[in-house]
Design a binder for this molecule. Structure first.
Ligand code: NAD
Length: 264
């Protein structure tokens, strides 16, 4: 069959609306035959997530705030009862106080540092721990990261530090779980205008900069990220784990643009 995820069951965490990166991955997974469950954070987002999920035939739509471990437990208890087995998880969750996604990293507060790390980094480990017992036939876990983990990007600040820790946790989890044929990878997406991105200072300028300086001379879409997600979730990437895969129109390979580079 050409359906890469036929017979597979996956949990998608982090859809806020139809512009969410998680939704781009969910669409690609659905088109390739996966059966999906979704989580949403809070009632306000349920009103957006439930219709999207139902629109692609999914009725497992569960609340989950990753700052509350009992709500993570409840999600996996439900999946254990409904499905028994889980094949993949998409983790597309991040948070930091908007006030600290502008200005300088040096001004980060201890409170927001902890909260940013808990939600944007530790939650992936907490979720992975609970997914493992259900991944009885192997599995694939994918999280979302950004180039601000590797290089300093304006205003990304504490989120860059959290993404660096998230990328390191991908490598540690890959080693922990490799023996169970559970693969753990990250997609490093280029900038995309989403709800979370709207909290980052000068985001429109960052989009323009990436468009002008990336090899493909454009920004990426949630569908670009979705197709690469499909690769990491499916057996197409059966030999890949611990990887940070860039879906950024090639931006991360460029050191400097030539003086005579044609304008676009
Ligand atoms: P988004 O706003 O659509 O998604 C962020 C999600 O995080 C939301 O669904 C929100 O409900 C969830 N979330 C925040 N705090 C939570 C909590 N305590 N418990 C449960 N869920 C919580 O934005 P997005 O850009 O699609 O973000 C998805 C992921 O992609 C994030 O990890 C983000 O850092 C990453 N990313 C985004 C970009 C970009 O430019 N948009 C680039 C690279 C990586």
């Amino acid at each position: 069959s050409s359906a890469l995820l036929a017979g597979k069951r996956g949990l998608v965490m982090g859809v806020a609306n139809d512009r969410s990166i998680a939704w781009g991955i969910a669409k690609a997974a659905h088109e390739h035959g996966a059966e999906l469950a979704f989580t949403f954070q809070g009632e306000a987002l349920e009103k957006r997530v439930r219709p999207l999920a139902e629109g692609i035939g999914c009725d497992v739509v569960l609340p989950c705030d990753v700052t509350d471990e009992s709500s993570i437990d409840a999600v996996f208890d439900t999946l254990a009862k409904k499905w028994g087995r889980l094949d993949f998880v998409v983790h597309a969750i991040a948070y930091s106080d908007k006030e600290e996604l502008k200005g300088q990293y040096v001004d980060t507060s201890a409170d927001n540092f902890s909260r940013t790390m808990l939600i944007s980094c530790y939650s992936f480990t907490a979720i992975t721990k609970r997914a493992v017992p259900l991944m009885t036939e192997g599995g694939s876990l994918v999280t979302l990261t950004y180039y601000g983990a590797e290089r300093v990007m304006p205003h990304y600040n504490v989120m860059g530090v959290a993404k660096a820790a998230l990328e390191a946790s991908v490598r540690y989890l890959a080693v922990d779980l490799g023996g169970k044929n559970i693969r753990v990878n990250a997609l490093s997406a280029g900038p995309i205008k989403t709800l979370a991105a709207s909290g980052i200072g000068d985001f429109r300028y960052i989009l323009k900069w990436n468009q002008y300086n990336s090899p493909l001379k454009r920004n990426v879409t949630i569908d670009d990220v979705g197709r690469s997600g499909l690769y990491l979730l499916s057996d197409l990437s059966s030999g890949v784990t611990g990887e940070v895969h860039h879906v950024d129109a090639g931006y991360h390979v460029v050191g400097m643009k030539a003086v005579d580079a044609p304008d676009i």
